[in-house]
Structures are given as structure tokens and as C-alpha cells.
Design a binder for this molecule. Structure first.
Ligand code: AMP
Ligand code: TRP
Length: 327
């Protein structure tokens, strides 16, 4: 029997950070290694086109993101690993989905509202139709499960609706998709711990997988631990959650107890956490460096992945063209 299909994507907009990793990429690798799924992992460059980058930066960034994913553990021999723009059916299906999606539903999307208000000089229509292209990414491969962070849930609910709208208007063709969340679906910013960790806020807010130990140490020193109005301290909670992921069980128990009985020293917590994170990604940093020395090899991996993806995507889009009556 065919294995259930998993699809997920990431924008080539900067180095991977521990939010991407704990919310999504770590899960991708576990799902890949379980051998139970047919996995598609995609560098979604056409989604990133909605941001501000030069062509040169974009070219570099696509290769960097691909190299980082491989360094983190994505194995192109076990999954279909490719770049979105290399498979033209994504944008074609995205257009078809635009025509079954009510404007009002796109207007509700919080990511669109946030991005279009942040990018006032570049509030383009791509930001608005971003979710229909995302639905196309997933549904081209009949994706059943989508491992993502919590911020993508709203888009996945819309993906389910888009499949229903299409199925009702034409014929029952696309499956229902479900998100797969991790234990930590929302890693918080170091400097604004009520918000999600995101590189768009600035590099001090995130720890990148590629950060050297001294950089991690410096960033953690500045991490906010103060309470707001005497209540819970979201920053401390976030750091303890990170220690649970990257430190030893004994460290986690000791600092959690110290936090409860009021004897915790945040300086010590940050120092231990910094060492634990830096050690966890020592192998990643070495592999990343090595991979980036042979960018042509990465490009070749991506071309092979695209060839595999295209076979499936072409079959779907050919069927869809018939279903909607353009062939
Ligand atoms: P992006 O970098 O926006 O393309 O995100 C790639 C993946 O990382 C998506 O599945 C996001 O939901 C996930 N992600 C991004 N930021 C965080 C965060 N702070 N916590 C958990 N997951 C995240
Ligand atoms: N929108 C996702 C993000 O910003 C990236 C993405 C594009 C995606 N297409 C996808 C994620 C399909 C999962 C499935 O993080």
C-alpha cells in the first residue's frame, strides 16, 4: 500500500533558527527516518518572492537553506527534496485555487494582515494570495499530513477549506490535510518572549543553528527573564523549555526546582543553556560548512529532487486540467 504523504515547506529567507527547528524541521527529520511516510520537503522560493530581496541574494539564499536542511538531517535519498519554482505546476494549481477561494477568507489571514502592515512599501498581491499557493504546494502531492509550527495552523485550515471548495465546485478529488505539531509548536523570541521567535524582528531575537558558541552566549545574556506586572515570566519559561530540549534531564530538573523555590540564578541557567545548544549543533555547523564548499553539488541534489517531484505534480495537474474543463 502507498505510504501516507507528508508535505512541508520553508521559505529561503535566512538561516534556520531554533524556532524553525523545534517547531518543524526536527519533526521532518523524525518523520523521514520513521520510514512510514512518503515525504516531500520544499524550499518555497516563490513564497519568499513576496519579500524584499535582490536576485543575487535570492540565488544564494536558496542554496543556503537547502544546505542547512541537509546539514540538519534531511536526506535527499529518503525524501523528495526540491525547490518550489523548479516545479511549475505549483503556481498553476495556485491560480486554479485562487478562483475557488473567497476574498473575504484571505482577508482573515493573520500572516497577511501582519506582513502587509509591516511591508508598507511592498504590500503586494502575492502576500494576499500566499495561502492559495501554499494549498497548491500540499495538494499537488495529495499531502495528508503537514508538519509545521503553530503559526501555520490558520493556513492549513484554509487549505482544508480550499480542497472542499474545489471538490464541491468540480468533483471530489483532493484529500483532507492535517497539521502535525511538535511538543513545542511556538518557540518564543529571546527579547520579546510573549511573541514567537522570528528573524524578521532582528537577529538578537533568534538563535540560529549556525551561530557559533560565543554568539549564542552573547544572545542568551541579553534574553529577557523579567516578569511583566509580577505574573509568570514567559522568558524564563521559554529558556527552561529550551533547556529541556537541549540540556540533560538532570539540568532541567535542577533549574525547574530552583525556579519553583526561588533560588534560580538566571546567569547560570543561560550559561548552561548556551553550552547545551552550541554542543547540540556542533555537528550541524561542521556539516553546513562542508556543504557550502560545494554549492554545485547542492544544486544537483535539488535538480534531482525536482525531477522526482515533477512526475507526481504533472500527473495531478493533468488530472486537474481535465476536471476543471480546460482540456
Ligand atoms: P518560515 O521560516 O516562516 O518559512 O517557517 C518554517 C517553519 O518553521 C514553519 O513550519 C513555521 O511554522 C516554523 N516556525 C517558524 N518560527 C517558529 C517558531 N518561533 N516556533 C515554532 N515554529 C516556528
Ligand atoms: N507558509 C509557510 C511558512 O511561512 C511555508 C510554506 C509554504 C509551507 N508552503 C507550505 C509549509 C506548504 C507547509 C506546507 O512557514
Amino acid at each position: 500500500m502507498a505510504k501516507p504523504v507528508i508535505f512541508s515547506g520553508i521559505q529561503p529567507t535566512g538561516n534556520l533558527h531554533i524556532g524553525n527547528y523545534l517547531g518543524a524541521v526536527k519533526n521532518w527529520i523524525e518523520l523521514q527516518n520513521s520510514g512510514e511516510y512518503d515525504c516531500y520537503f520544499c524550499v518555497v522560493d516563490y513564497h519568499a518572492l513576496t519579500g524584499d530581496r535582490t536576485a543575487e541574494e535570492r540565488r544564494e539564499q536558496i542554496i543556503h537553506t537547502a544546505a542547512e536542511l541537509i546539514a540538519a538531517g534531511i536526506d535527499p535519498d529518503k525524501v523528495t527534496f526540491f525547490v518550489q519554482s523548479h516545479v511549475p505546476a505549483h503556481t498553476e494549481l495556485g491560480w486554479i485555487f485562487n478562483s475557488v477561494t473567497p476574498i473575504a477568507e484571505l482577508e482573515r489571514m493573520t500572516q497577511y494582515k501582519d506582513k502587509s502592515s509591516q511591508q508598507t512599501k511592498n504590500s503586494n498581491a502575492g502576500l494576499f494570495t500566499y495561502p492559495t499557493l501554499m494549498a497548491a504546494d500540499i495538494l499537488l502531492y495529495h499531502g495528508k499530513y503537514v508538519p509545521v509550527g503553530e503559526d501555520q495552523i490558520q493556513h492549513l485550515e484554509l487549505t482544508r477549506d480550499i480542497a472542499r471548495w474545489f471538490n464541491n465546485k468540480y468533483e471530489s478529488y483532493f484529500p483532507e490535510t492535517k497539521p502535525l505539531l511538535t511538543e513545542i509548536p511556538r518557540v518564543k523570541s529571546l527579547l520579546e518572549p510573549t511573541k514567537k521567535m522570528s528573524k524578521s524582528k532582528g537577529l538578537g531575537h533568534v538563535i540560529e543553528l549556525a551561530d557559533e558558541p560565543d554568539v549564542i552566549e552573547k544572545k542568551l545574556k541579553k534574553a529577557v527573564t523579567a516578569t511583566e506586572g509580577g505574573g509568570e515570566a514567559p522568558g524564563v519559561e521559554n529558556l527552561l523549555m529550551l533547556l529541556k530540549q537541549f540540556g540533560t534531564a538532570a539540568q532541567y530538573v535542577a533549574y525547574t526546582e530552583a525556579q519553583e523555590n526561588g533560588s534560580i540564578r538566571y546567569g547560570d541557567l543561560k550559561a548552561d543553556l548556551g553550552v547545551a545548544i552550541a554542543e547540540s549543533f556542533a555537528g550541524f555547523r561542521a556539516k553546513r560548512k562542508e556543504l557550502l564548499e560545494s554549492k554545485d553539488a547542492i544544486a544537483e541534489i535539488l535538480m534531482k529532487g525536482a525531477a522526482k517531484a515533477n512526475v507526481v505534480a504533472e500527473k495531478t495537474i493533468t488530472e486537474v486540467r481535465t476536471i476543471i474543463g480546460v482540456r
